[in-house]
Design a protein around this ligand. Structure first.
Ligand SMILES: Cc1ncc(COP(=O)(O)O)c(C=O)c1O
Length: 513
């Protein structure tokens, strides 16, 4: 019997579910059109319907706990989602005594892998740790089709980790974790989950991580750009955008922001700034998509004990202080601290949103790579939370030292009189966001960077790539100090300087003091 034969068995269940979903979808649209506020949705519309019990998080449907707002009203309604038919049945195999004839999973005996052996680099004391070996059942589970929300043990490790780092009690009714193929995967799925094409609006900090902009374009979302200052999203700009939002459109559903070492601007929001933004978003019922891949690359308290030292409170942590938390969806990434190529990220959010993402994963890519997950898990279990935090601070120290030398070179070259650029010193991350001093009638860096700088032998990203509103000019340029060889720092800046001086020279001018 193949797995597909089971479709008959699940078909009836799915049909019933489909009818329920269709009804919810139609009713929800009617409710939205008549300007119903999100939290006023009638109870019978709250069933968004994930029956995917392969999620190890515990909650089994979209319904929120009774005391919390109805988060399902934030879900887009244009694409009603059905659970993956086969995946939904996997957990039944765990019932003691069950004989499972359903699984069309390959037989692990046929896999060629005997074990995975991991050798880590020497630790700070110079000693090489004993190799980590993944074998037996752990290997078999990792190589098999796995749970949508990630390997249960890794998922649990991350729940405990998030609880520790963000000071949130473990409570599967309030928040859960799911794994993704990097945070990019989870962000892209979130936009798909939340935003109805040509209907919904999203507030996006300007400048924003360029990687989300094509996703929002593909979702046909109405993107509303929010100005930033040296701490990221400007509260006044946010307040004004919401207060003046056209009355004939549904209010924006969410705000996208990168609070630590933002890509590209390098800015970091203080705790007070996060409190201010959170208060505005709560007042306007706007979700916060907290994209925080540089959280562990914060330079501010390095040198203190990595385990016990203060770490900035995230939006997710601050949301936990509320009587009805759930407003924040937090995106973390292993890319900057373990490896970008492992493609592992995790979302921490209210079960409604975790289930919503899992519904998409369950049909889009089934799960995140088990091989990548088991490698991460082996390292994380070997380190424990303490070891991870120590490692993270070593990585952050590496980037801080590079930032220091990179910025010193920028000061020597770009800053020598008359200065050709200015910037804010980044206190986290890997980017120096340069505001080029350009003639008034040539304020866009795009052609200068794409053509002249390239011809001069220096590459950087023109600021326009990070503008949420497509086509908006920018005199900024993003430079990164993560990878460039240190002995190229000065020469890179010298080339950039000559290009900027050349722009002025073309006009018969010299760079003003
Ligand atoms: C702000 C931001 N968000 C998300 C990502 C994507 O990260 P991941 O590798 O986890 O997909 C990046 C990658 O550079 C980033 O800078």
């Amino acid at each position: 019997m193949s797995v597909d034969d089971c479709f008959g068995l699940t078909g009836l269940l799915l049909l019933r579910l489909l009818l329920r979903l269709r009804l919810s979808h139609r009713d929800l649209r009617n409710a939205t059109a008549s300007n119903t506020t999100r939290h006023d949705m009638p109870a019978d519309l709250r069933d968004g319907g994930s029956d995917d019990p392969t999620n190890t998080n515990g909650a089994s449907s979209f319904s929120s706990s009774s005391s919390s707002p109805d988060w399902s009203t934030y879900l887009g309604t244009s694409k009603p989602r059905l659970p993956a038919p086969i995946r939904s049945l996997f957990p039944l195999e765990l019932i003691p005594g069950m004989i499972s004839l359903l699984a069309g999973k390959p037989n692990a005996d046929t896999y060629p892998f005997a074990s995975i052996n991991l050798e880590l680099k020497p630790g700070p004391d110079g000693t090489t740790p004993a190799p980590l070996r993944i074998e037996g059942k752990d290997l078999e589970d990792a190589l098999q089709y796995g749970a949508t929300a990630g390997l249960p043990r890794l998922n649990k490790w991350l729940v405990d980790f998030q609880s520790h780092v963000h000071r949130r009690h473990v409570d599967a009714q309030k928040w859960q974790v799911t794994l993704g193929v990097g945070s990019q995967d989870l962000l892209s799925k979130s936009f798909e989950m939340l935003l109805d094409p040509d209907v919904d609006s999203i507030l996006v900090e300007e400048p924003a991580y360029a990687g989300i902009l094509p996703c929002l374009h593909a979702c046909r979302a109405n993107v509303v750009s929010i100005a930033s200052d040296d701490q990221g999203v400007d509260p006044q700009a946010l307040e004004e955008a919401l207060a003046n939002f056209p009355k004939d459109k549904p209010k924006p559903k969410c705000l996208y922001t990168t609070p630590t070492g933002a890509n590209p601007s390098g800015t970091t929001a203080s705790e007070q700034r996060k409190r201010d933004i959170l208060a505005i978003c709560r007042r306007h019922s706007v979700l916060i998509l907290e994209d925080d891949p540089y959280y562990f690359l914060d330079f501010s308290k390095l040198g203190e004990d990595p385990v016990t030292r203060y770490r900035p409170l995230s939006y997710f942590a601050l949301d936990g202080e509320s009587a009805s938390p759930g407003l924040v969806l937090r995106y973390d990434s292993f890319s900057k601290v373990l490896s970008g190529g492992m493609r592992l990220g995790y979302l921490t959010a209210h079960p409604t949103f975790v289930k919503g993402i899992d519904l998409i994963t369950g049909v889009a890519n089934l799960s995140t790579s088990g091989a990548a997950q088991c490698i991460a898990l082996a390292i994380l279990e070997h380190w424990g939370v303490e070891g991870f935090l120590q490692h993270a601070d070593r990585v952050a120290t590496f980037y801080r030292d590079r930032r220091d030398r990179f910025e010193a070179a920028a000061r020597r070259v770009l800053g020598r009189g008359p200065a050709v650029a200015e910037w804010i010193t980044p206190t986290a991350g890997m980017f120096l966001w340069l505001k080029l001093k350009l003639p008034e009638d040539e304020q866009d860096s795009f052609s200068i960077i794409s053509n002249e700088a390239k011809d001069a032998g220096v590459l950087a990203v023109p600021g326009g790539a990070f503008m949420p509103m497509r086509g908006k000019e920018s005199c900024y340029v993003r430079t990164s100090f993560s990878l460039v060889p240190e002995n190229d720092f000065e020469e890179g800046f010298e080339r950039l300087r000559r290009v900027i001086e050349g722009v002025w020279k073309r006009k018969g001018l010299s760079v003003p003091a």
